[in-house]
Design a protein around this ligand. Structure first.
Ligand SMILES: Cc1cc2nc3c(=O)[nH]c(=O)nc-3n(C[C@H](O)[C@H](O)[C@H](O)COP(=O)(O)OP(=O)(O)OC[C@H]3O[C@@H](n4cnc5c(N)ncnc54)[C@H](O)[C@@H]3O)c2cc1C
Length: 424
């Protein structure tokens, strides 16, 4: 049995903690804020199996002026953050060459196709299988032109094995009578599912972790003490040293700073998204409905409808632009004309994004006892249970149940000369 410190109490950190506990380790989660209220609480709640086509697109750099000018667009760049983000953004854009996009999609497919089984096993293990609603999701399109924007992404996803049925807007309305009647096209993504409430989910996972003897310590990690390649302890901002045999860095966007303290270059930036919970929506929805043109999805949680999405490139310390959450809800009325927005609750989360859209899962060759579990971008909830299994397997010395070479933390470092499929 080892003592393992997991840094970060988001959906990824707590899933790793539970998986490590199953191997009978003594686990401490270090989290300065409430558990699960980082990126995790703003999510759209989907197990987005097949959401594998990278967000980086060819010609992206040419679109940046438009994104800088319109702070309320589905994709925007905060002008004050732009220069600082330029190096990351350039690498992100360079990953949009077709061969790189295909390699990224293939790598993400290997993980996401494992996600539902892993998630169901985790939910069953904590005694709450009901947190997962196994129902496909819908994407709706205004007209031919709008549908065509998804054509290449659908083709690539299908090539990787995803099941996407294209239907008419009327067929979508037959499935979900509350949606507007003038959508011309829709698609049913059959591999996806959603959770009843991501905050409740993290709460249930945390309860199980604590009931099994785990410890949650309210602390932000500021530094480490090292002995060569071995990290002996993590040091909190209060100066306390917490000794551990193994350390798991699962701090979402905070992982970049922690990696830097250990001499590892981890280009994880925050791609902010917003969500609004509508507890009195007055709308009966059974499936998650995405409106790609607006950059958001609407998920029927147990006690509220969640409208979540959009993407804003901004510095990690930039303040939320709550106007984006308002715009999101206004656009949601395009999809659900009968939407009531009384007593809404707004949230913001920073998706931890790498320039190649792949998560970071594994050990750096330079550190003997540190695992990374971060950079999950738009897939953190989807891949939480799978990541937990992979982290536990690595620490136990077991073979991983899916190949993780492509997610290696050293792939960003020139000195390591590491290159999965040539993607940098
Ligand atoms: C609008 C929106 C919609 C989304 N929809 C989906 C979806 O439908 N499906 C999906 O799979 N994903 C979705 N995502 C992405 C998903 O939410 C993230 O990928 C996921 O939450 C990342 O989880 P995490 O645990 O890595 O990070 P976080 O949830 O951010 O947790 C990291 C934790 O680390 C802590 N931390 C940071 N620094 C330190 C430190 N120095 N010491 C100690 N603790 C530290 C933070 O306080 C935080 O609690 C969405 C995200 C957004 C914003």
């Amino acid at each position: 049995m080892k003592h393992i410190a997991v840094i970060g109490g988001g959906i990824v950190g707590i899933s790793c903690a539970l998986a490590l506990q199953s191997d009978r380790h003594e686990v401490t989660v270090l989290e300065p804020g409430p558990i699960g209220e980082g990126a995790s609480w703003a999510s759209c709640g989907c197990l987005a199996v097949g959401e594998i086509v990278p967000l980086s697109q060819p010609k992206m750099l040419m679109q940046v002026p438009g994104w800088l000018m319109d702070p309320e667009a589905p994709l925007a760049v905060r002008p004050t953050s732009f220069l600082g983000l330029l190096p990351w953004f350039t690498r992100f854009t360079l990953n949009s060459f077709p061969h790189k996009m295909r390699a990224i999609a293939a790598d993400l497919a290997t993980l996401t196709f494992q996600a539902t089984d892993d998630f169901k096993a985790l939910a069953a293990d904590i005694g709450h299988p009901e947190v997962l609603v196994e129902r496909p999701i819908l994407k709706v399109f205004d007209d031919d032109k709008d549908k065509a924007t998804m054509g290449a992404a659908f083709d690539l996803a299908r090539e990787m094995g995803c099941t996407i049925d294209e239907v008419s807007g009327q067929e979508a309305k037959n499935m979900e009578p509350a949606i507007a009647g003038d959508f011309q096209h829709a698609a049913i993504l059959r591999d996806w599912s959603y959770v009843t409430d991501p905050v409740q989910l993290v709460k249930r996972l945390t309860e199980a972790f604590l009931a099994r003897g785990g410890t949650v310590k309210s602390a932000a990690v500021a530094d480490f003490s090292r002995d060569g390649s071995v990290v002996r302890s993590v040091r909190s901002t209060d100066g306390e040293d917490i000794f551990a045999d193994e350390i798991v860095i699962a701090a979402g966007t905070g992982s970049k700073m922690l990696a830097r303290k250990l001499g590892i270059r981890l280009p994880v930036e925050g791609l902010a998204g917003y969500s609004t919970l509508l507890p009195e929506s007055g709308v009966d929805l059974k499936h998650t409905v995405f409106y790609p043109k607006g950059g958001f999805g609407i998920t029927p949680y147990q006690d509220a409808l969640a409208v979540a999405g959009t993407a804003e490139f901004m510095n990690l310390d930039a303040k939320p632009n709550w106007r984006r959450a308002e715009v999101l809800v206004n656009h949601a009325r395009r999809v659900l004309p009968g939407l009531n927005t009384t007593n809404s609750e707004r949230r913001m989360g920073r998706r931890p994004f790498t320039p190649d859209t792949r998560p970071v899962i594994g050990r750096s060759a330079r550190l003997a006892n540190v695992m990374f579990a971060t950079g999950h971008g738009q897939l953190g909830l989807t891949l939480s249970a799978t990541t937990g299994r992979l982290v536990a397997a690595e620490i136990a010395g077991r073979a991983p149940h899916v190949a993780i070479e492509a997610f290696h933390p050293d792939r960003f470092s020139r000195r390591q000369n590491y290159s999965p499929h040539g993607a940098h």
